[in-house]
Design a protein around this ligand. Structure first.
Ligand code: ADP
Ligand code: MG
Length: 597
């Protein structure tokens, strides 16, 4: 139901975050679009001529403004949305300050035409730099049109500081995109110089709106998250880790349908992705949060882009927790292409196997069966080039592979002895061999640290190592964990230890140097992540130093063992340090780049 527009009492007006509402053309447009949404419009059309500060026009089919209230709408601190400050605790509208229209009218030539529902005709006003120049009537369907010409024409100093017209237009399109996500039931059209830049019909769900905005293929890859507690509800569409960006551009936060900037929500999102993402990458995601209005302060900043929660903590954990859940289940939707025939998904195939198998890594670090069948590998430095694909693939049974398949092995290639190229349906996956192996070994190590002790490999000739004093102390501290991983150590007295056995899945030649590397990284890591438990640090350090390196040649069997095991891990997208383990190249993208339409 529409309420009349009233002037806020001076004491109320003075307590509303004061400042510049229209600091730039984008803010003017945002305010006018928010007004249309507050008026319960079902359809909003935005037209721009040349640039936002030349002409923009927003037409809606909302409730409209009574002809008797039109002048009042342009008065400072006149609003139909709140009557007093305590109504902010029940606020459901985007506006509440009664300042946008007068502020815009003061620095432009503004024309407003509005027909209230139930009125016979529309009334219109024209205002130049805040002065009423004409009033009239017009024919119009119910709803409101606001036209803003020559924004800032009377404030030349401000004009000078405007950013580029195209940049502002791009920001405007993004703003509309964000509000379109907040209000999927509203249809949006945006035209620039009569050319349609976007046209989104009313949608029935968030995902349907996402499809209209980003295309079906991309939108359907987004991962849904949801959760709620104590009247707080969150819903999100999360981008795949490999679609993360180097800026926060891909993040949209909507709180009670208001588009806001929120570093706290950004951090919650980042936390949810955990080590699926490398440092310096920001997940792309849209988060819809609904909050009891009394727990949210929207009266923080004149542009209303900032909000404050009564308490950040519960919101942070709600959002981080709800988003982390589906991400933990993430398996890549890839299908290996085998001789042109699509096989079941990697992940599915891998799950069919006995769970333990994916953790049992052979002496060659990558496979078990192929390693027992093949002679012990020479030291990495001595290895010749990898044999041609065909030879080795035929010779090795392929450890850990589903024997039920018995099908053709996928063709894999090693690039620069660093990356594995694997064709998948719809494109190509490029895997970083070291990062992938680290992820595998890390999860295996975590499982061992939490489970029963695993037998290591006994060394034929125990290695005697002189550690530094701090390494020795660390051995004392980590003793049980090291054993759990498969080390068998006896202490000869500081600072010397004898290595009698070491974890079975390690390719490292020098057991002493390996142990020292692991210890050093654990203590280095301790200063970087002081709150992390020691088992976590040990697992990470172990994985890093036990993994094959860039530069190590791999056989077909080793590569397929590695690829299979990677996708059998719980979080295949990133290594334990958060670097990505693979990137995907879409066939569509290749086709496009080769001009195949
Ligand atoms: P606020 O949105 O904070 O109330 P504004 O200056 O943006 O302040 O708008 C003043 C008033 O004008 C609003 O409270 C509303 O009653 C009316 N109004 C503005 N735009 C529209 C619109 N598109 N449809 C209906 N009413 C509108
Ligand atoms: Mg408003």
């Amino acid at each position: 139901m529409t309420r009349p527009i009233r002037r806020l009492a001076p004491e109320t007006a003075s307590r509303i975050a004061a400042g510049e509402v229209v600091e730039r053309p984008l803010s003017a447009l945002k305010e006018v679009v928010e007004n249309a949404l507050d008026a319960a419009a079902r359809s909003i059309e935005i037209r721009v001529e040349r640039a936002l500060d030349h002409v923009f026009q927003v037409a809606d089919d909302g409730e409209g403004i009574a002809s008797t209230e039109l002048e009042l709408a342009l008065e400072r601190h006149a609003t139909s949305k709140i009557g007093s400050l305590d109504e902010l605790d029940r606020l459901t509208s985007l506006g509440f300050r009664g300042e946008a229209l007068p502020s815009i009218a003061a620095v432009s030539r503004l024309r407003i035409t509005s027909r209230a529902r139930g009125a016979d005709e529309a009334a219109c006003l024209a205002v130049d730099a805040g002065t009423l120049v004409s009033r009239g009537t017009a024919a119009r369907a119910p709803g409101t049109t606001v036209e803003v010409r020559e924004l800032f024409f009377n404030t030349p100093a401000r004009r000078k500081f405007l950013s580029s017209a195209t940049g502002e237009l791009r920001a405007a399109l993004r703003m509309v995109e964000c509000y379109a996500l907040a209000f999927p039931e509203v249809a949006f059209r945006f035209l620039v110089d009569e050319r349609e830049r976007l046209d989104w019909p009313a949608a029935a769900s968030h995902r349907e709106r996402a499809r209209a905005i980003w295309g079906v293929r991309h939108a359907d890859q987004l991962i849904e998250a949801a959760g709620g507690r104590d009247g707080f509800e969150v819903e999100a569409l999360l981008g795949l880790p490999e679609h993360a960006r180097t800026t926060r551009e891909g993040q949209v936060f909507l709180i009670n349908r208001r588009w806001v900037a929120s570093p706290m929500l950004g951090q919650a999102l980042r936390k949810a992705y955990g080590n699926l993402l490398p440092n310096g990458r920001y997940p792309a995601a849209t988060v819809w949060l609904s909050v009891p209005p009394e727990r949210l302060d929207v009266n923080v900043h004149p542009t209303k882009r900032e909000v404050r929660f009564a308490d950040d903590g519960p919101v942070f954990s709600l959002v981080a927790g709800a988003c982390a859940r589906p991400l933990a289940q993430l398996h890549p939707p890839f299908t290996v292409v085998r001789g042109g025939v699509a096989e079941p998904r990697w992940a599915d195939r891998v799950r069919e196997r006995p769970g333990q198998e994916s953790l049992r890594l052979g002496s060659g670090a990558l496979g078990s069966a192929e390693r027992t069948a093949a002679p012990a590998p020479p030291a990495p430095g001595e290895r010749g080039p990898a044999p041609p694909a065909g030879e080795e693939a035929g010779a090795a049974p392929g450890a850990g592979r589903s024997s039920a398949a018995g099908a053709q092995e996928p063709e894999l290639w090693q690039l620069h002895r660093t990356y594995i190229l694997a064709p998948v349906r719809g494109g190509l996956v490029i895997i970083d061999q070291h990062a992938a192996h680290e992820r595998i070994l890390y999860e295996a190590a975590r499982a061992r640290l939490e489970g029963a002790r695993t037998a290591g490999q006994q060394l034929l000739f125990p290695a005697i190592v002189d550690l530094t004093r701090s390494q020795f102390d660390l051995v004392l501290e980590l003793g049980p964990w090291l054993e759990q991983l498969g080390w068998s150590l006896s202490l000869l007295g500081p600072p010397t230890v004898v290595i009698q056995g070491m974890p079975a899945d390690v390719r490292r030649e020098d057991p002493g140097a390996f142990l020292q590397d692991v210890l050093d990284e654990v203590s280095e890591d301790a200063s970087r992540h002081p709150h992390e438990d020691v088992a976590e640090r040990l697992a990470r350090s172990y994985a890093c130093h036990a993994a094959i390196k860039a530069g190590d040649p791999l056989t077909q069997a080793e590569m397929s063992g590695l690829v299979d095991r990677l996708f059998a891990t719980s979080l295949p997208h990133g290594d334990p340090h958060g670097r990505v383990t693979f990137v995907q190249l879409d066939l569509d993208e290749l086709h496009r780049r080769f001009g195949r339409g």
